[in-house]
Ligand binder design. Structure first.
Ligand code: BTN
Length: 251
């Protein structure tokens, strides 16, 4: 999965629509390097499944452009590598215990601290670049979140009652991720670290997959990034995309 040595361009904005949108635009306009884009606030932060990502000042909003060549066979695993890097850095800096909810939510005390949106951009259909967007509620005041998010979200400020150094988190995540990718890790390595961090494994969950709702136990994450579920009747099924809810008993 390695993409060579990186000397990224660092782009810092006070407020933009979305760091992932800017990353896409740069690539469409022919930008040919690697970049880290950070915004202090976003007006149209994008979450998974086209959802809005609430992005007030105080949060970290960062997109990393990784240049590739041919279609990465398991590009979902870049998201896993980023989640692993973010968890490690946040735990080192704050002493909090962070978990990953499949596929890429960062949780503290069962509440959402951050999320990852990875996108694949093609150049003329033959070269592919990965945009890895990460949003972390760092010094965000949860009381200022929309009411419906307040009970399910958290921030580092909320958990530690201290302002946390956002630059240290951003730099730590980028360095940790790129050092890891530069070693050209095997998929097995990425997934085995991920599995140690993933609280979904072994949990009872409900998967919302389009119109279907499936309840079962998450029994494995395959090397493709796919979740393996076993339902109440012992029937196993694969879930490659979807939203999951952890049932209360396990959280
Ligand atoms: C999720 O739905 O959990 C993913 C959220 C990803 C949000 C980040 S913030 C930085 C980057 N820019 C965006 O517009 N989205 C991602």
């Amino acid at each position: 999965m390695g993409a060579g040595k990186r000397l990224p361009e660092v782009i810092i904005k006070d407020q933009i629509e979305s760091t992932n949108h800017l990353a896409k635009r740069l690539l469409q306009e022919g930008f040919d390097g690697e970049a880290i884009i950070i915004a202090k606030a976003q007006t149209r932060g994008q979450g998974r499944f086209g959802r809005n990502w609430h992005s007030p000042e105080g949060g970290l909003y960062m997109s990393i452009i990784l240049r590739g060549s041919e279609l990465p066979a398991n590009y979902a695993l870049y998201g896993f590598a980023l989640a692993n890097a973010a968890l490690k850095v946040i735990e080192e800096i704050t002493d909090l215990s962070v978990h990953i909810k499949w596929p890429n939510d960062l949780l503290v005390s069962g509440r959402k601290l951050g999320g990852i949106l990875s996108e694949l951009v093609t150049e003329n259909g033959n070269r592919f670049h990965v945009i890895l967007g990460i949003g972390i509620n760092v010094n965000t005041r949860i009381e200022e979140f929309p009411l419906e998010l307040q009970s399910i979200s958290t921030s580092l400020l909320h958990e530690t009652a201290k302002q946390v150094d956002m630059d240290a988190i951003a730099a730590g995540i980028f360095n940790n991720l790129t050092d890891f990718l530069d070693k050209d890790p095997s998929l097995e390595t990425v997934v085995s670290i991920y599995k140690r961090n993933c609280i979904t494994l072994g949990s009872s969950v409900i998967v919302e997959d389009g119109n279907r709702k499936i309840q079962g136990k998450a029994i494995d994450v395959l090397d493709t990034g796919t979740l393996l579920l076993e339902d109440m009747n012992g029937v196993k099924m694969l879930v490659s995309v979807g939203d999951i809810i952890h049932l209360e008993e396990d959280v």
